[in-house]
Design a protein. Structure first.
Length: 262
């Protein structure tokens, strides 16, 4: 059995930052494995530990810098990784769902996995649609927002989290794409031994040409036109001094607002 896990390197921004064009200046950002994808990796590794002859492969779309993030997934138990990148991607400030789907679908076609896992959404763009779009593109069965999973032969018994606290139990025939919700498991920390082993595991870099695609396949239908810090509409007063001075200042404001007036 082969499990393909789509993972993403996401950006976290410092509290104080400056914009550079339509994005945050590089010195104010850090990169890490997407939280939802971490649960998907853990679910795949648990399937590997519970079964015989289960291979876990991760795939990500990202520059060479992303290999540090990919190594963390390898350190947690994935067997090998695929990193898709191309000069044509570097020119795209925003990859939309369609572009991601076309690249991931090409990887699925080449790898022929029995099961594809991804996080429900990414912590940066929060599109939340890549997994389902991929399933449609490759013709796989699918289930979204999965918070419980058991594999029995060619069937995946899934528990899905719906609105209002409702849970749905259903069976999905493999091959399938499942988007994994946080809380389905407890992602492990990478052990020192796992980190060392990850250094020797394969990360195969693949270009668009390697996937049988061209630059037109990653042209986005979305344009990132502007970025700005939203203006705060709240009026906040901060009272300086000790407790007595702060209390007096607050009392003055309350009197001005008519609070407590008869």
């Amino acid at each position: 059995m082969k499990v393909l896990v789509a993972v993403k390197e996401v950006v976290s921004v410092e509290d104080d930052f400056e914009l550079d064009g339509v994005g945050v200046a590089e010195q104010y950002v850090e990169y890490d494995l997407n939280e939802w994808d971490d649960y998907a990796v853990e679910e795949a590794v648990q399937l590997q530990e519970a079964g015989d002859d289960v291979e876990v492969v991760t795939v990500t779309i990202g520059p060479e810098r992303a290999e540090e993030t990919i190594r963390m997934a390898l350190a947690k138990g994935a067997d090998r990784a695929i990193r898709v990148w191309d000069d044509a991607l570097a020119d795209q400030p925003l990859l939309d769902i369609g572009a991601k789907t076309r690249m991931l679908a090409a990887v699925v076609e080449a790898e022929e996995p029995d099961l594809v896992l991804s996080g429900v959404q990414a912590g940066d763009d929060a599109f939340g649609a890549t997994g389902v779009s991929l399933a449609d593109a490759v013709g796989f069965e699918w289930a979204a927002v999965v918070n419980g999973l058991e594999i029995d032969g060619d069937l995946a018994a899934v528990r899905r989290e719906l609105e209002g606290g409702v849970e749905e139990l259903s069976e999905v025939e493999l091959p399938a794409v499942l988007t994994i919700q946080t809380g389905i498991n407890e992602p492990r920390y990478a052990s020192l031994r796992g980190i060392r082993q990850a250094q020797s595991k394969e990360i195969a870099a693949q270009s668009l040409a390697d996937l049988g695609l061209d630059a037109a396949a990653v042209e986005a239908s979305l344009d990132l036109t502007d970025a700005y810090e939203p203006e705060s509409e709240s009026e906040t007063s901060y009272f300086e001094g000790g407790a007595d001075e702060q209390a007096a200042g607050l009392a003055d404001v309350l009197r001005e607002k008519g609070v407590g007036a008869e």
